[in-house]
Ligand binder design. Structure first.
Ligand SMILES: *Cc1c(COP(=O)(O)O)cnc(C)c1O
Length: 405
């Protein structure tokens, strides 16, 4: 398939290019010192992570530790409710530790081990990435420093407890607003000092090259599995594939399996309380081109051009930009990006729980809400939704804020 001069048959050979660009997006905008560390990681990735030894070890881990392949489930009752459209979900909620994030954390931590590093470093907002990385670090016997804003530490007590039980060192960040942005700055600063012994592990398809590429590649197992499973179950490909987009890792992994197929791809961003700046985190829909956290993409900016405050009921989608590959795929027209708001999301959260016995992560419920909207619009065909994680972490908050519906 060729769209706007991009040949999707050979896409993975050319995107990103050797400097980490997807068209004009991506790159590596970091200090010269960090640039050296990024080049080290890039080189290690292309030599170590492409070796058959690494690949077969990661395959074994995915099978024996993570519980992969995760299944694809047919949503029988929901499909009946919305007429002739068949709805399916890819069950990343059944991946060990409850979400897709472990897919790239195991890859990054295995690379750290092969590179002879002793420690992994990361930031976390809601704590999901921190928990996944702490899990990987425990498995490989690596030290793990997780930087987290003081405000988030108070809000996310269960995830803080999980990280500590898994042996991670949770470092409290008390600068500025004491949330994710300050935690990213602190983790980067720590990494600058420790890059000889440590590796920075980004939580999504974000940051300087090679991270958007590496995280996508490690997540592509989701799309590759789902494509084969869907074909085996139905004899065909789905008409549409849907995934939620925060930083964009679960979507990038899912879409990777279908880019060269005649399948409509939809990325779903959180509209939160509405389209006013500060009320949502729909960066691709409302943002403009800009550089932050080491990469060029589309981002939401305040009046000073700084990353704008964002909001979503799903803290995992609460980021003022999206990965550079998504900005590129949007420009090519290959993937369509759209939004659903908090209310539609909470309705979908309950609907999937009540009608199918699956409690989704509130992030993933955005994709479910959009899949249902799409089903109503399509009238016939099939939709495959990436269920990026399970909703245990969200239950208390949803009941407290929205009540039982
Ligand atoms: C973190 C998270 C997301 C958002 O991250 P992406 O990089 O956009 O995938 C989505 N779903 C769940 C369950 C998460 O934990």
């Amino acid at each position: 398939m060729i769209l706007n001069n991009v040949d999707f048959e050979t896409y993975f050979k050319h995107y990103p290019d050797e400097n980490g660009y997807f068209g004009k997006y991506g790159g590596s905008y970091v200090s010269p010192e960090l640039q050296v560390a990024m080049q080290d990681i890039t080189q290690a990735y292309f030599t170590i992570a492409k070796s058959s030894k690494f690949i077969s070890e990661l395959r074994r881990i995915r099978k024996e530790f993570q519980g992969r392949p995760t299944p694809v489930s047919y949503l029988e009752r929901l499909s009946q409710k919305y007429g002739d459209v068949q709805l399916y979900v890819k069950r990343e909620d059944l991946n060990h530790s409850g979400a897709h994030k472990l897919n790239h954390c195991m890859g990054e931590a295995l690379l750290a081990k092969y590179m002879g590093k002793k420690k992994v470093i990361a930031e976390t907002g809601a704590g999901q990435h921190g928990v996944a990385l702490a899990t990987a670090a425990a498995y490989f016997g690596l030290e793990c420093d997780i930087y987290m804003g003081a405000v988030d530490i108070k809000k996310q007590a269960p995830n803080v407890a999980r990280m500590k039980i898994l042996g991670a060192n949770v470092v409290e960040v008390t600068e500025g607003l004491q949330t994710l942005k300050e935690a990213v700055d602190a983790a980067f600063a720590a990494y600058c000092k420790e890059y000889k012994d440590a590796i920075y592990c980004i939580g999504s398809v974000l940051g300087p090259h090679p991270f958007p590429m590496m995280v996508r590649d490690f997540q592509s197992v989701v799309g590759i599995e789902a494509r084969a499973q869907f074909l085996e179950m139905t004899g065909e490909l789905p008409d549409a594939v849907v995934a939620c987009v925060g930083g964009g890792s679960n979507a990038a992994g899912m879409f990777a399996g279908f880019l060269n197929d005649p399948v409509e791809l939809y990325g779903v961003e959180p509209l939160g309380r509405g389209p006013k700046l500060g009320d949502h985190a729909a960066s691709l829909k409302y943002g403009t081109e800009g550089i932050m956290h080491g990469f060029n993409s589309i981002m939401l900016k305040d009046e000073n051009g700084e990353p704008a405050p964002v909001y979503s009921v799903a803290s995992g989608l609460d980021y003022p930009s999206s990965g550079p590959e998504h900005a590129f795929l949007m420009d090519t027209g290959r993937v369509k990006y759209d939004v659903v708001d908090d209310e539609e999301t909470v309705d979908a959260f309950y609907e999937l729980s009540r009608m199918e016995g699956i409690i989704p992560a509130i992030e993933s419920a955005h994709a479910v809400a959009y899949g249902i909207k799409l089903a109503k619009k399509m009238g016939k065909g099939s939709v495959l939704i990436n269920l990026s994680g399970r909703g245990d972490k969200d239950m208390d908050y949803i009941i407290e804020k929205y009540g039982i519906r």
